[in-house]
Design a protein around this ligand. Structure first.
Ligand code: HEM
Length: 535
């Protein structure tokens, strides 16, 4: 026991010596990487959560006068943890996949594999390439057009179901946006008539697909935290329901996967050589088609009888369809509407752009390339409300990290810090987006930051990692952009948005409340209401 404790102490002191020279937030327990750090109580030296200034991400760097600091933690003495908001470091870490990998043993990545292994939680290199080869071709133009048209259907349905056709109030914008993006996911992902309101069926073995998907997605935190067998045997029927939903969801997905394969095999468009002249317009179909095309490519190379498994396994295709990012999109759209309420002049600017591009027509997919201010407003929302929050990486070799320090007068020094193999490095994306050395008046909502001199959304935006960077950046970025621009252009063309104050609340308090986010698996907006007035 004594030997064990001494070894523990030795390793901890070793970590402390590795981070020497940098500012530190020391703790007993690991908390910097947790998605739930905001929910932990602040206990100095044990879990000093407040020192991490989660709600004002730049404050800790301003205090340290350094854009790199370390978090030595006594409970995890095997590796050093660094946190950076330095854009050169973020770019370096993201582009050198041989030097920096993903800490795939982290709970966040292990947990998202509950439906089957999927691309986000693969290690960079061969395993990631194997997934990307199948997943990337799905995000083609057909799927983008589907995303736009399904979002338009969703907006029309929302207007009817939420009774705002002639104007009205949506009481819980976040809840509504989750319904909206699930509706789009159900229809564009599986080409099915996904309903707006999902009724609860009697408890039983097999839940209908829409209900199972809705239940799983709205309880995703519990689903990833609690093992299925506990959910299924829990004394409370409401919790058992979550387990039944997960089981039904996976069994529906498997059935859909097989029927999609049969459908594509039988399709007259699918010729003997495995070519599909007209690719499917739903994401599951595109994923299965991409998998089948990889299999037939392999058969052609290796001879017709090859039984070698190529591409993804069935469970991996299923895992990947679940990484559809509708929660990230739903939360971004919620925050975007909050910003447009707080900065109403931007509603006018969006409206002017929409009218000048679309005139009397409803905004359509071909208009998207000209709706630059609409897209820039989405980016600016993500800059100020970074939905994914942390991008954890791991050093695969001994290396160095660039960083910057400054003094009271603002004199800057550029430095490098040696980092040992196995160290964890968190790209602090919310702080990177607020770094005052790169962003002027960083907390002001100003979409023009993302426009170039020609008024177009700049394709290479520096100092912004809201969709991550490099090889591991978001594969669904374009799809998310299409969904968000389709939504906001249709909404603003028809409505003016007004926030609703609570009794006794000042305007200042109301603005702070509707813009507040809480860290969960992703940054989650609170409940707030918006009045929609017809133009
Ligand atoms: C506003 C919406 C979205 C934001 C802010 C966002 C952001 C991100 C971020 C930061 C990552 C890197 C995560 C990490 O390394 O741990 C990521 C990865 C990913 N996202 Fe998104 N995302 C959004 C929407 C979507 C959508 C709609 C889809 C799919 C339809 C999607 C699919 C993916 C996939 C598959 C990856 C993994 C990529 C890889 O590892 O190669 N995302 N996203």
């Amino acid at each position: 026991m004594v030997v064990y404790l001494l070894d523990w102490l030795r390793r901890y002191l070793n970590v402390r010596s590795q981070v020497r020279g940098l500012p530190t937030i020391s703790s007993l327990f690991e908390f910097c990487k947790s998605s739930y750090r905001q929910k932990l109580p602040h206990i100095p030296y044990i879990v000093p959560v407040r020192d991490y200034t989660i709600e004002t991400p730049w404050d800790k760097y301003a205090k340290f006068r350094s854009d790199l600091f370390a978090c030595p933690q006594l409970s995890a003495p095997s590796y050093a943890v660094y946190v950076t908001s330095n854009s050169n470091a973020a770019v370096l870490i993201s582009n050198k996949s041989g030097l920096f990998g993903k800490p795939i043993d982290m709970f966040r990545y292990v947990a998202i594999n509950i439906f089957g292994n999927q691309i986000t939680s693969t290690q960079s290199g061969d395993e990631h390439h194997r997934h990307k080869k199948i997943v990337k071709p799905c995000f083609n133009e057909n799927i983008m057009q589907t995303g736009w048209s399904k979002m338009v259907e969703a907006v029309q349905t929302m207007k009817v179901e939420e009774s705002i056709e002639g104007g009205g109030t949506i009481r819980d914008v976040k809840d509504c946006m989750i319904k909206l993006t699930l509706f789009v996911f159900g229809r564009s992902g599986f080409n099915m008539d996904f309903p707006w309101n999902i009724s609860q069926s009697k408890a039983g073995e097999n839940m209908p697909f829409a209900e199972a998907l809705h239940t799983v997605e709205t309880s995703i935190t519990v689903q990833v935290l609690v093992p299925l067998w506990i959910l299924l045997h829990f004394p409370l029927s409401s919790v058992r329901r979550l387990g039944q939903a997960q089981r039904s969801f996976v069994s529906h997905l498997k059935a859909m996967y097989h029927s999609k394969r049969l459908e594509l095999q039988a399709s007259s468009e699918y010729d003997e050589d495995g070519n599909i002249p007209s690719p499917p317009k739903d994401i599951l179909g595109a994923l299965v088609a991409s998998q089948m095309s990889a299999e037939s490519e392999e058969r052609l190379k290796a001879g017709k009888t090859s039984e070698k498994v190529v591409g993804l396994m069935e469970s991996e295709v299923i895992g990947n369809i679940c990484e559809a990012g509708h929660e990230t999109t739903g939360h971004t759209l919620t925050f975007l509407q909050a910003f447009l309420c707080v900065y109403p002049e931007w509603q006018d600017k969006l409206y002017e752009e929409i009218i000048s591009v679309c005139r009397d027509e409803p905004p359509s997919y071909p208009h998207m390339s000209q709706l630059n201010i609409c897209l820039a407003a989405c980016y600016e929302t993500i800059r100020l409300k970074d939905i994914v929050m942390t991008l954890p990486k791991i050093a695969m070799k001994d290396t160095t990290l660039p960083y910057t320090t400054w003094d009271d007068e603002g004199h800057i020094s550029h430095k490098v810090h040696r980092v040992k193999k196995g160290s964890h490095i968190i790209i602090d994306s919310p702080a990177l987006s607020l770094n005052p050395f790169f962003w002027s008046d960083p907390s002001r909502f100003d979409p023009t930051r993302f426009l170039d001199a020609n008024g177009r959304v700049s394709s290479s935006i520096n100092n912004f990692a809201g969709f991550s960077l490099g090889q591991r950046q978001c594969i669904g970025k374009r799809f998310a952009e299409v969904e968000m621009v389709a939504y906001i252009s249709h909404l603003i063309k028809e409505y003016r948005l007004f926030p609703i104050e609570k009794d006794g609340e000042s305007v200042h308090e109301m603005k702070a409340r509707i813009l507040k986010g809480t860290e969960e698996l992703t940054l989650t907006p609170g409940k707030f209401a918006v009045r929609f007035e017809k133009r």
